[in-house]
Design a protein. Structure first.
Length: 317
């Protein structure tokens, strides 16, 4: 196996690991919603938690990050506004409107969202949507849809449709913000690692979270301690571990559209993790009927993506 193929497989492995930690978002957010926690507190507290939790990781990394942010503040605000604020505000609102499996399942639109955003971002060969990657991504999403259909019993109420709309927006916002920042850094000739990018985007997002804090305080008062604790768990598991792993994975293959699409598509595994944890911890129903077929399709798509990147020729890197 050539070096680019090994790098692509490493990125896929990191992205798959990140999917496991990302799953805490759906389950813990839904737990906070079931306890009556306000969605705006759920959204903003995650990022308020993330900054102090990441400070120990920034030792020796702060100076180049600060220079990059000071040189181009607009790019950081735009990327974090889309990739963190719009993404997570919609996801948190959805958690108050639908069960964990529905939110996690709809978010799997992200397996094709990054590819579909490519023509809007790039001006080189990366603007072309890789057909094989797109077909494989659609297989994964078809599996997710089958799992959702089984869970819903074919019926969704108005609140569930609101959740679907919100999560669809967040599914496009997340890869768009991440890809947008990577492209800005590439054009500016700035090298930052995944930890620096996550911390920088979190820091840039803080002013944008202040209106959410004010709204949550007016609407619901101070957050309960359990909600504060749950959002701290999300910040650690999803905001730091999962996001750093995901940013590392996509950064490794940012110039290879097929491998980048494969890394993003590993988020499809979240529906498998979220369904199992939601059933075991929150008492939500296990998939039945077509759900088994859907789960097999998701697993098949993950295997197909791995095969695609493993067979990448050296020139593709």
């Amino acid at each position: 196996m050539n070096a680019p193929a090994r790098l692509a497989l490493a990125a896929v492995g990191l992205a798959l690991a990140s999917a496991l930690f990302f799953t805490s978002t759906y389950v813990l957010n839904r737990a906070a919603a079931l306890d009556g926690g306000h969605w705006a507190w759920t959204a903003s507290l995650r990022y308020l938690w993330t900054v102090p939790l990441m400070l120990p990781l920034m030792r020796g990394r702060w100076t180049p990050l600060w220079r990059a942010m000071r040189a181009h503040p607009g790019a950081w605000l735009a990327s974090s506004g889309i990739g963190f604020v719009l993404f997570y505000a919609c996801l948190s609102y959805a958690a108050a409107s639908g069960p964990a499996w529905l939110v996690a399942g709809t978010f799997q639109l992200t397996v094709v969202a990054g590819m579909l955003c490519a023509p809007l971002l790039y001006r080189d060969a990366r603007r072309r949507i890789p057909p094989a990657a797109l077909v494989t991504g659609l297989i994964a999403f078809a599996g997710v849809l089958l799992m959702q259909r089984s869970q819903a019993g074919g019926r969704l109420d108005a609140q569930a449709w609101i959740a679907i709309a919100c999560v669809a927006v967040s599914a496009f916002a997340y890869p768009l913000g991440n890809r947008g920042l990577m492209l800005h850094l590439e054009r500016a000739g700035i090298e930052l690692d995944a930890t620096q990018r996550v911390f920088g985007m979190t820091l840039a997002s803080l002013p944008l979270w202040l209106p959410f804090v004010a709204y949550a305080q007016l609407a619901a008062g101070a957050p309960p301690l359990r909600q504060v604790g749950l959002t701290g768990g999300v910040a650690l598991g999803a905001g730091i571990v999962a996001t750093v792993l995901f940013f590392r994975a996509t950064g490794l293959v940012r110039r290879d559209p097929v491998a980048l699409a494969a890394a993003e598509a590993m988020q499809a595994a979240e529906i498998l993790f979220a369904t199992a944890i939601g059933a075991l911890w929150l008492g939500e129903g296990w998939p039945t009927g077509h759900a088994a077929v859907g789960a097999l399709l998701v697993i098949a798509a993950i295997v197909l993506f791995s095969a695609l990147v493993a067979r990448r020729p050296p020139a593709a890197a």
